[in-house]
Design a protein around this ligand. Structure first.
Ligand code: KG4
Ligand code: ZN
Length: 370
């Protein structure tokens, strides 16, 4: 017998316990009916990795081990259901850091085995896509994405455009040929002397820009749907160095030994704005073109960089101008979390997919091939 919660779970709703540990967030969620978030607990390691300015894989794996049990306890307590109520355990099995993935996978396998529940393996990128289907309590009327759709997934490790004509089927339209969009944000944030991770810090700095004329190059790569951000990163380094020379500050190795010799806030704001504008321009232009050329009926945006206000606003405006609904999760559901794995896991569960105890980490698991 299922305990009833205040959310009045329908008897036909499957309840999925979902585990995400592919990178630097330990996330566990309980999802009902593939959409409704009963709980979603995330232990972030951002502060832990801030000192090194990036993720140290061994440190990340150890932190997952430290936090995974408390995160589970909190997720179950918040959800109002018990382990007995759970129909299946979903877990990210790739792509991601091998050591981090293994912590979540072994934990999920143990839960599934001890409590005799089916195990479901989920692709992390598929999770970012399925975040678009999630709804919070009281949000049952939130519109669902309509097929066929085009989805832009932009995270710290991935940047791709995919077409979905139905659930769980993906056609890759384009991807980055070098850096991911989030990676470029993080690197430019570091060059500007901003805090880790660079993405949110660059976005905050850009908001303070008074002038909006800093021009950075866009890599269009012809008519393809592919992306490239390494040239933009190099241009940003050169422009930042020029601005430092203008302000009488050291550049290159000399700058590294004088971390306090920082650019003025005004220059940081304007350069952040210019860089962000170049990234957003390319991402939005290609997404809209893909939607028009494939006859999409809706657009989905996901991944950590989808938390970026400028990207959300510009894509929303361009989609609305064409009468295309845009579905973009709230920012906390764009960055890594267990709920998105639960949404994708519920679809795989409903499709009858089951993993066995041989499920292993797949650090380079692809979502789709062209
Ligand atoms: O999806 P995610 O949480 O982890 C990966 O799967 O990679 O994405 C993290 C990335 C980082 O590069 C971070 O800087 C970026 O998302 N990010 C942002 C913002 N919030 C997070 N980038 C730009 N603007 C933001 N507001
Ligand atoms: Zn992610």
């Amino acid at each position: 017998m299922r305990s009833m919660t205040t959310l009045d779970i329908r008897r036909s709703d499957s309840i999925i316990l979902a585990v995400e540990s592919s990178c630097d967030e330990t996330g566990i969620a309980v999802i009902a009916g593939g959409r409704r978030i009963l709980s979603n607990v995330v232990a972030s390691q951002t502060a832990l990795h801030a000192a090194s300015g990036g993720i140290v894989p061994e440190v990340a794996a150890r932190a997952h081990l430290r936090w995974i049990v408390p995160v589970l306890d909190q997720a179950l307590a918040d959800s109002g259901v018990t382990v007995d109520d759970v129909d299946g355990v979903a877990v990210t099995h790739g792509p991601g850091l091998a050591g981090s993935l293994l912590v979540g996978i072994n934990f999920a396998k143990t839960m599934a085995w001890v409590h005799d529940k089916p195990l479901i393996g989920v692709n992390h990128l598929e999770g970012h896509l399925y975040a678009a289907w999630l709804s919070d309590p009281g949000e049952d009327d939130r519109p669902e994405p309509v097929f066929p759709l085009v989805a832009l997934i932009v995270s710290g490790g991935h940047t791709f455009l995919v077409e979905m004509r139905d659930h769980l089927t993906y056609r890759l339209l384009g991807q980055t040929v070098d850096d991911a969009a989030g990676e470029a944000f993080d690197k430019v944030g570091r060059l500007l002397g901003l805090s880790y991770p660079g993405g949110p810090a660059v976005a905050r700095a850009a908001e303070a820009a008074r002038r909006h004329d800093a021009a950075f190059p866009r890599a269009w790569l012809g008519e393809t749907y592919d992306f490239s951000f390494s040239g933009l990163k190099t241009a940003a380094r050169r422009t930042i160095d020029d601005a430092r020379v203008d302000e009488g500050l050291p550049t290159g190795k000399a700058a590294a030994s004088e971390p306090d010799a920082r650019l003025s806030d005004g220059a940081v704001a304007e350069l952040s704005w210019g860089f962000q504008d170049a990234v957003v321009d390319v991402l939005v232009t290609k997404t809209i073109r893909a939607a028009e050329e494939t006859g999409a009926r809706s657009i989905v945006l996901g991944g950590g960089v989808a938390a970026n206000g400028a990207l959300r606003a510009r894509l929303a405006g361009e989609a609305e101008a064409r009468g295309l609904p845009l579905i973009v999760p709230r920012p906390a559901l764009c960055t890594d979390n267990g709920a998105m794995i639960g949404a994708a896991g519920a679809r795989r569960f409903a499709a009858g997919e089951r993993a066995d105890l041989a499920l292993d980490a797949s650090p380079s698991l692809p979502l789709a091939r062209r």
